[in-house]
Design a protein around this ligand. Structure first.
Ligand SMILES: [Zn+2]
Length: 82
C-alpha cells in the first residue's frame, strides 16, 4: 500500500478565495481558446455552446481536431487567394 501525499498548494487555496487568473494558453481558432490559470494551472476551454468548461482530455481532443481543420481551411484560403 503506497502512502499518498497530497501536495499542499498555496496557489490552489488562493484561487479558491480570490478566483483564478486565466491566461489564454492556446488559440484553437480565432474564437475558441484554451485557458490556463497562472496560479494553480487549472485549464479551461471555450466550448461550442459558448460556455467555459473544465478542459478535460475529451475537450482537448476535440479542440485538437477543430484546430487541425481550422488550420487546413486557413491554408486552403491562402492558396485560393494567391
Ligand atoms: Zn487558479
Amino acid at each position: 500500500m503506497e502512502d499518498y501525499q497530497i501536495p499542499f498548494s498555496f496557489a490552489q487555496i488562493r484561487c479558491k478565495f480570490f478566483g483564478h487568473l486565466f491566461k489564454i494558453s492556446k488559440n484553437v481558432t480565432d474564437h475558441l481558446h484554451e485557458y490556463k490559470c497562472e496560479h494553480c494551472g487549472l485549464e479551461m476551454t471555450d466550448t461550442a455552446n459558448g460556455i467555459l468548461a473544465r478542459l478535460t482530455p475529451k475537450y482537448r481532443e476535440t479542440n485538437d481536431y477543430i484546430s487541425q481543420i481550422h488550420k487546413r481551411r486557413k491554408r486552403r484560403l491562402l492558396k485560393n487567394a494567391s
